[in-house]
Write a protein that binds this ligand. Structure first.
Ligand code: R5P
Length: 311
């Protein structure tokens, strides 16, 4: 009998797994994440997946229980004789710890890659890794989707003139450049210096934004400090407006308040992570159709790159 596509979800991305499954034309598979009274996680897949292509959807945003749940789901699927397991991780957490930039720190992203592989996944499907080279931490295939597939049509729908793209830090230069090249526009760079995680100590802008509608492109918004500082700086340098397109809305600490109070016109994010509340400045675009198409293409052995606008 032919292998079927079966989509299952961890706890934190149920809303997204449901939309992906709907876009694909199947129902989310029956699974439950049970807990012992001490909090130990005990997931159970409630239907046979023997010989099937199993897709386990879970973003590994904090707390680490989300990651652990995914590892246990992979183990369950492997022991239940799935033919092929793909961990669908719309937001790959711990990716900011991707290098040993000071003594005696972990390379967490590499450790997570090892754990996922050891648990038994055959493939990873994810989106906008903090650094694309994290794909090299895996010795199994990684389908790395790009949020530009979603953001480019959105930018076109704005019908904005005098647009300039901005990288909010040096790490985001390639991302902003890709948009600038696609739209044949200029780009600027905000040079950010941090003394410790989440705290921006100083920022300066390289390039001219006078009279421009600036679009900042980034992979993560966490506390919102980077974005609100960049927005103030760009406006003080003569920008007409500043908006942001950010793939992963981590939004911790006082992020919502920071965004509300900021000089940003809007912050457009993807639904790779569930939002804790609504905000008049935050607009959400769904990645469900893109992931559903990527799952179909993977299953039918068709190109995933063909889904990218800039390919
Ligand atoms: C850092 O390199 C990332 O791309 C983001 O700019 C950063 O994680 C945003 O953090 P926060 O919102 O806390 O400033």
């Amino acid at each position: 009998m032919e292998s079927q596509v079966r989509i299952f979800s961890g706890t934190n991305t149920k809303y997204l797994a449901t939309s992906i499954a709907e876009a694909y034309g199947v129902e989310v598979g029956k699974a439950e994440v049970r807990r012992f009274s001490d909090g130990e996680i005990c997931p159970v897949i409630l239907e046979s997946i023997r010989g099937d292509y199993v897709f386990l959807v879970q973003s590994t945003v904090a707390p680490s229980d989300n990651l652990f749940e995914l590892l246990l789901l992979i183990d369950s699927a492997r022991r239940a004789s799935a033919a092929y397991i793909t961990a669908v991780i719309p937001y790959f957490g711990y990716a900011r710890q991707d290098r040993k930039d000071k003594p005696r720190v972990p390379i967490a992203a590499k450790l997570i890659a090892n754990l996922l592989t050891a648990a038994g996944t055959n493939r990873i499907m994810t989106m906008d890794l903090h650094a694309p080279q994290i794909q090299g931490f895996f010795d199994i295939p990684v389908d790395h989707l790009e949020s530009s597939t979603i953001f480019i049509p959105y930018i076109k729908s704005l019908d904005l003139h005098d647009v300039t793209f901005a990288a909010p830090d040096v790490g985001g230069v390639n991302r902003a450049r890709a948009y600038a090249i696609h739209f044949n526009k200029e780009m600027v760079i905000c040079d950010k210096y941090r003394k410790r995680p989440n705290e921006v100590s100083a920022m300066t802008v390289i390039g001219d934004v006078t009279g421009r509608n600036v679009i900042i492109c980034d992979d993560i918004i966490d506390t919102g400090n980077t974005l609100s500082n960049a927005s103030d700086l760009l406006l003080s340098r003569g920008a007409k407006s500043v908006r942001a397109l950010i793939t992963h809305p981590v939004l911790s600490g006082k992020a919502y308040e920071n965004i509300e109070r900021s000089s940003l016109t809007e912050v457009v994010v993807c639904d790779t992570i569930p939002l804790k509340k609504e905000s008049r400045k935050i607009k959400i675009l769904s990645v469900a159709d893109l992931f559903a198409t990527a799952i179909l293409n993977m299953y039918e052995h068709k190109s995933i790159t063909s889904l990218f606008i800039n390919n």
